[in-house]
Design a protein around this ligand. Structure first.
Ligand SMILES: C[S@@+](CC[C@H](N)C(=O)[O-])C[C@H]1O[C@@H](n2cnc3c(N)ncnc32)[C@H](O)[C@@H]1O
Length: 242
């Protein structure tokens, strides 16, 4: 298991100052459509992500119970989180869903021999099934969606997991209400400026606070919602079904 490292109040203050500066620098840049964003960066994507969350990718399997028969990974991308999962659970049946053809092509190259079910789809729309999986996972994918939209995916995940199963999320969580609000404001501004229709996904970070995340999970039916690990704005959260 990883050791948590929470920000001190001074670190949070410094973080918020830097975030505001960064948002100001980014303000005039047009928003990028979600799948295009990843296609354009496919060459450097893995190195950048491993540089930022290498430890979390290497240890994510530690947060799952053994045995693990079936796993749903939403927004699986190139499958960075699956390396440690397959090392610990070599026989697990994984279903991975992602929008991006380029990310999934890379994933196929790595795990074609694992019998993984790979689906190119929008996880908000694709039917995830009922009581199909021992567990579900999302890694750095849900911080691009607003509160109401996220409720839909937690409801679907709750339905897709078997009774007694659980959901693990590793994601970017806002340190405070102010962070949630300033990121949302920038998101709405860029949508308005770019005249981007509501149904087009854009790659802009709009993390929710832990309080709001927990509210959504509880509303979906999850119980025993716990933060298992935290490092700055990254948290690993576990939520259980029954
Ligand atoms: C930052 S990447 C994370 C990928 C992988 N989980 C990892 O940590 O390396 C976010 C992924 O979520 C996918 N994604 C975003 N919104 C999605 C949606 N609505 N349906 C399916 N995939 C989505 C993107 O295409 C991208 O591959």
């Amino acid at each position: 298991m990883l050791e948590s490292r929470k920000r001190t109040p001074e670190e949070t203050e410094k973080y918020m100052l830097e975030l505001k500066q960064w948002l100001a620098e980014e303000r005039k840049k047009p928003a990028e459509e979600m799948a295009d964003f990843f296609s354009k960066r496919i060459g450097e994507y893995e190195n950048v992500h491993l540089g930022n969350w290498g430890e979390e990718y290497a240890h994510i399997a530690d947060y799952f119970d053994s045995p693990l028969g079936s796993l749903l990974d939403i927004g699986c991308g190139t499958g960075l989180e699956l390396k440690s999962i397959y090392e610990r659970f070599p026989d697990v049946a994984v279903t991975g869903i992602d929008l991006s053809k380029d990310m999934l092509d890379k994933l196929r190259g790595k795990y074609a021999d694992r019998g993984m079910e790979i689906i190119r789809a929008d996880y908000f729309e694709y039917p995830l099934g009922t009581q199909r999986y021992d567990a579900a996972l999302s890694f750095e994918t849900l911080h691009h969606f607003k509160y109401q939209k996220k409720q839909r995916i937690y409801d679907k995940l709750f339905q897709a997991i078997k009774p007694g199963g659980y959901y693990i999320e590793c994601d970017y969580i806002a340190c405070c209400q102010e962070e949630e609000e300033i990121c949302q404001e920038q998101y709405e501004f860029k949508r308005r400026e770019g005249r981007i229709p509501d149904d087009v996904f854009i790659h802009i970070d709009i993390p929710l606070t832990l309080e709001h995340q927990t509210e959504l999970m509880r509303h979906a039916g999850f119980e025993r919602i716990r933060v298992l690990y935290e490092n700055g704005g990254t948290m690993i959260i576990r939520a259980e079904k029954g």
